[in-house]
Design a protein around this ligand. Structure first.
Ligand code: DC
Length: 221
């Protein structure tokens, strides 16, 4: 069967990562969480005490970064310079910094090249904010996954439980702030591609969303 490029964009907590992983497993495809790359830049910039508004320092810094995705029995992991940072990048402070870092054109340029390289081999599911609009406007199929702010807050709360404690109110505040940052930035703002299939997952389980997506994918295949 031919291998294709599938992209899923959408706001924080819409279920992109859960659904993206399940979809990739069903199809035997690779899964790439591009948000983890922005989080990786934020994590490393913080560790290096780099000022993210200093473009020239940021550009040189990006050139030193080496991210890769690997699979182990826990699932897909992200390595930075060979070190596993999968859990570390989920902390709320890194989450907010990732949203700020992602508005810097120099960072987007750096990750654009990396994401294109990772996706071009086909047989891949990528999720993010600008996959269908900027990075893979040529994707074979584009989904835009959304859900109500309330359900997204609850999903994030459940995701974060094992990593750190944040109240529902704090999570809701962060999600709203990130929605605002990610959709109002000048470069590659979060929005559906004109040819994206829009799915509202508010009342659906992850399995149901995957099932629905597979029915669209079968048409393309
Ligand atoms: O999907 P996520 O929550 O892990 O993403 C973290 C941040 O990275 C998010 O606030 C916006 C940014 N991001 C982006 O600008 N473009 C992408 N393709 C993926 C994420």
């Amino acid at each position: 069967m031919k291998k294709i490029i599938i992209v899923i964009d959408g706001p924080a907590g819409a279920g992109k990562t859960t659904v993206g992983r399940m979809l990739a497993d069903c199809l035997g495809y690779r899964y790439i969480d591009t948000g983890a790359l922005y989080r990786g830049v934020a994590f490393e910039a913080k560790a290096a005490e780099l000022r993210i508004d200093d473009d020239s320092a940021l550009e040189n810094f990006c050139k030193t970064l080496k991210f890769e995705f690997v699979r182990d029995k826990r699932g897909v992991r992200i390595l930075s310079g060979g070190l596993d940072i999968t859990e570390k990048i989920r902390h709320p402070e890194i989450t907010m910094l990732a949203s700020k870092v992602s508005a810097r054109p120099i960072v987007r340029k750096f990750l654009f090249g990396l994401q294109r390289e990772m996706g071009l081999k086909k047989g891949v599911v990528l999720d993010g904010r600008d996959m269908g609009t900027v990075v893979f406007p040529d994707a074979d199929i584009k989904f835009f996954l959304d859900a109500s702010a309330e359900i997204r807050t609850h999903r994030r709360y459940n995701d974060l439980k094992s990593i750190c404690y944040q109240t529902l109110d704090e999570i809701e505040r962060d999600i709203k702030q990130r929605d605002k940052n990610d959709s109002s930035r000048d470069i590659a703002p979060l929005k559906p591609a004109p040819d994206a299939i829009i799915i509202d997952s508010t009342n659906f389980s992850a399995k149901e969303v995957v099932h629905l997506m597979l029915s669209y994918i079968k048409e393309v295949l």
